[in-house]
Design a protein around this ligand. Sequence first.
Ligand code: KG4
Ligand code: ZN
Length: 357
Amino acid sequence: MSSRKSHLIIGIETSCDETACSVIEINNDPIEEITSQNIVELRVNLLSDIIASQIPVHSDYGGVVPELASRMHVTNIVPVVKEAIGEAGICLKDLSAIAVSQCPGLLSSLVVGMSFAKALSVSLAIPLVGVNHIYAHLCVAGLEHRRLKYPHVGLIVSGGHTGIYIVESPLSYRLIGQTRDDAAGEAFDKVAKALGLPYPGGPKISALATEGNREAFRFPRSWMRDTPYDFSFSGLKTAVIQTIRRISSRGGGGCHIPLKDIAASFEASVVDVLVEKTLKAALQYNIKDVVVAGGVASNSYLRAQFIKRGKEVGASVLFPSQRLCTDNGVMIAFLGGIMFMNGITTGLDEDVYSRAV
Ligand code: KG4
Ligand code: ZN
């Protein structure tokens, strides 16, 4: 643990289709070791938050093309990091540590960020901190909601992952259930594709759903009673796709697909399951505080339902702001900074991993 009290941390994110970089300043005076009790006392300044999105490139293909993603990271990483440093008004030599997404994600994308971060770490002679991207999504809620209590129940809902964690501290995440097949965001993206909407489908479905009837179609909800915290969205996705095909074939091609009603009924089905399983975990583990994070957590219907049902069962549900729900460098800098200040760093011989380790 460094004896300095103010640390500048750079966070680099390249796990999927966003090249992102942020610089934050963490002042830990008078804290020696950051715990769930004293994290609230950290003073954090967000100095820059730069994101280069690759969505226009991938949307032509209806989803993320890994080969293109890694090449775009190679092109974007230097300008994005330069911009983050410039916006923060600091010099590279002022940095205390370099945090980078290490897992989970697309290997060929992660490796671009990791190689860049290693080179920076060697040239500046400062520590490297490999960060678990999922934990970073959950942890960043504590940056904006400084009174967040630990332990809390954490639901991660992103394009690649859906799982429920018991978050004991900013450094301790215990997985109690996860999806057996598609992630929630993946189901949004696949259903959107079947409806002829461009990638990423989540925000488009969400916009259509606001004007649709959530009860127009009764799509399945997979409760998986034997493993109450696990999820399965592939049956739902198939049911929606079959409904779209049935309506299309009935109308002989030129028929009208009720996009808004399908979007609203699909969204209701996903959200019901996410809300009920997460709140069940909170009740069962006797934990009142819940964090919902990851790209799908920016969905307004999901946010509203969590708050409504949370109130009914006495749980307080918090979300990162919408900007910090989807992939960003701030969350990597924040968790990486906490790890660094607790003496957790990563060797230069370490690899990246497609799965969480
Ligand atoms: O966390 P994230 O930015 O990247 C991963 O780590 O996967 O999540 C991206 C996912 C995509 O599947 C996208 O469609 C979904 O989040 N998403 C949404 C919304 N905004 C993004 N899903 C539903 N409603 C939204 N408003
Ligand atoms: Zn993510």
